[in-house]
Ligand binder design. Structure first.
Ligand code: PRP
Length: 211
């Protein structure tokens, strides 16, 4: 039996994924060791291999077949737009992709003004404004702390992830429009889905009972 390889988005996502995997008897002891510098972990008995990667790189590993399976946020799947199958909503990491800004920016959105939109997700923002809303906007790519943009005058609104809403509240911003709901998803390489169909299908069935 060949090894089935999993790419997990580093951090909370990976921790929650491993918790669900443990419930269905898939364990990987070493991966939880905080001091290790190892990059790839194996469960020899089950012929499974795991590695942790930066979220946006997970769809890349899966598309190229370096990983058969990946676990990553829906935001990353939409933004990376790779040729992979999304097979399961794991139900955790729930949040929303939203257009946010100061309350008075609502007027600008309503009148389809040519506003500036700061975001870490230019593809998602572009798709939302151009294809769904038919509104021409200027997209400004940032790499983090997106909420800063409307506060310091870089943009009128932002497209960003909202979980509890506390970052927005503490900075005098609000959700103006919802783009889409998000959560952790399992993705599969298109060739692996055919070649390893039985093992992967069985895994999906087991996971479904626990999500
Ligand atoms: C994310 C997101 C928001 C915040 C939302 O940022 O970009 O800033 O979490 O969470 P809340 O609604 O619970 O306040 P993250 O912490 O990932 O860092 P980033 O700003 O570098 O993207």
């Amino acid at each position: 039996m060949r090894y089935l390889t999993f790419a997990l988005g580093k951090g909370r996502l990976a921790r929650q994924t491993l918790e669900i995997f443990e419930k269905i008897g898939i364990t990987c002891r070493e991966i939880n060791d905080k001091d290790t510098r190892k990059l790839v972990f194996e469960n020899e008995e089950l012929k499974l291999r795991f590695f942790l990667a930066k979220g946006p790189d997970v769809p890349t590993y899966v598309e190229y077949g370096a990983a058969d399976i990946g676990v990553v946020g829906k935001d990353t799947i939409l933004e990376e737009a790779r040729n992979i199958y999304e097979v399961l909503d794991l139900g955790f990491g729930k949040c929303r992709m939203c257009v946010c800004g100061p309350a008075d920016a609502e007027e600008l959105l309503r009148h389809h003004e040519r506003i500036r939109v700061a975001t870490k997700y230019p593809r998602i923002a572009k798709d939302y404004f151009y294809n769904k809303k038919r509104q021409t906007v200027e997209i400004i790519k940032l790499n983090g702390s997106i909420e800063l943009a409307p506060i310091v005058g870089l943009s009128e609104v932002i497209v960003d992830i909202v979980e509890t809403g506390s970052t927005l509240r503490e900075n005098g911003l609000a959700v103006l429009e919802e783009v889409c709901p998000l959560s952790a998803r399992m993705v599969v390489n298109q060739v692996s889905m055919k070649m390893e169909n039985e093992r992967i299908a069985r895994l999906i069935v087991e996971l479904k009972k626990n999500v």
